[in-house]
Design a protein around this ligand. Structure first.
Ligand SMILES: [Fe+2]
Ligand SMILES: [Fe+2]
Length: 293
């Protein structure tokens, strides 16, 4: 842990009200890196559907959790994820649709993944339904490893040096800080439901691969619709993902790979990624959280 922050221990999770005015924010909100702008913009499309799916799945699991402390953490997690989804949905309208971007195809891709492929199934017997619930909880644990990594990254990323718009930067830092704050919950829930090492590693592999493919797919659609972007090939987006990592405008391949590698350790805990004190310190000074409170 960084010497600048003192570990506050376990924190009670609660959703914070926020408001973001992106009506004057440009699509390329990192002015010196158009591709990184759209790669991070894609999160606005991918995460809200994912977060609503987290909430539905955790609401399904909640009656089966007897541990009061874990129940409390799950309720806090649901409150925070619901607020994240709402904030990103608002940005879809205020930033993208207001600037002439057709958001429907990107939203439909996310809906297809999280509602049709990963949604609850009408399975014939109770044991199969329970196995399906546990598989979804394991996958949420894997995806929350990525959101913790992204949250940890954006709290320290020097995006101001690359001309980042302060409102969108605050949106992602507020969200990222809460991801770091609640990073233990999905892992603890998966353990509570008996997810073992093999299932956890499979969920990580599926989560990392699926998230990355979905993000690049949506970023491609955004770049294609941006009249200022000449080259909108998939190859260029993958290349800029690597270059952005070197410039510091998106997480580097090394950082993403390392977060997956340490998660393979049998005694891994998400506490190894990110710093709760840093997250809580940001939330105390986030302009949007302060303005709304
Ligand atoms: Fe979130
Ligand atoms: Fe989360």
């Amino acid at each position: 842990m960084s010497k600048r922050f003192t570990d506050p221990g376990v924190v009670a999770l609660h959703a914070r009200n926020v408001a973001f005015d992106v009506s004057r924010t440009p699509l390329q909100w990192i002015s010196k890196d158009a591709f990184a702008s759209h790669i991070i913009n894609a999160i606005n499309f991918v995460l809200p559907e994912g977060e609503r799916w987290f909430c539905e799945t955790f609401n399904e699991a909640l009656p089966l959790i007897q541990d009061e402390e874990l129940r409390e953490a799950v309720r806090g997690f649901i409150g925070q994820e619901a607020m994240h989804a709402q904030a990103h949905d608002d940005v879809l309208g205020d930033l993208f649709r207001a600037q002439g971007i057709d958001t429907a195809p990107m939203v439909e891709v996310a809906e297809r993944v999280f509602q049709q492929i990963l949604g609850p199934r009408d399975l014939p017997d109770a044991a199969a339904r329970h196995r399906h619930l546990v598989a979804r909880l394991a996958l949420i644990g894997g995806i929350e490893n990525i959101t913790a990594l992204l949250g940890d990254w954006i709290l320290s990323a020097p995006l101001e040096e690359h001309g980042a718009d302060p409102v969108v930067l605050d949106l992602f830092r507020w969200h990222g800080a809460e991801e770091v704050e609640h990073r233990m919950v999905a892992h603890d829930v998966a353990e509570y439901f008996g997810v073992g090492y093999g299932q956890r590693v499979s969920a990580l592999a599926i989560g990392y691969t699926g998230f990355l493919l979905l993000l690049v797919r949506v970023a491609h659609d955004l770049v294609r619709q941006d009249p200022d972007m000449a080259d909108h090939s998939y190859a260029r987006i993958w290349l800029e993902l690597v270059r952005g990592g070197q410039r510091g405008t998106v997480p580097s391949i090394a950082k993403v790979t390392w977060s997956a590698v340490i998660a393979l350790h049998p005694r891994f805990t998400p506490a190894w990624i990110g710093n709760t004190a840093q997250a809580v310190a940001y939330l105390a000074k986030s302009p949007a959280a302060r303005a709304a409170s």
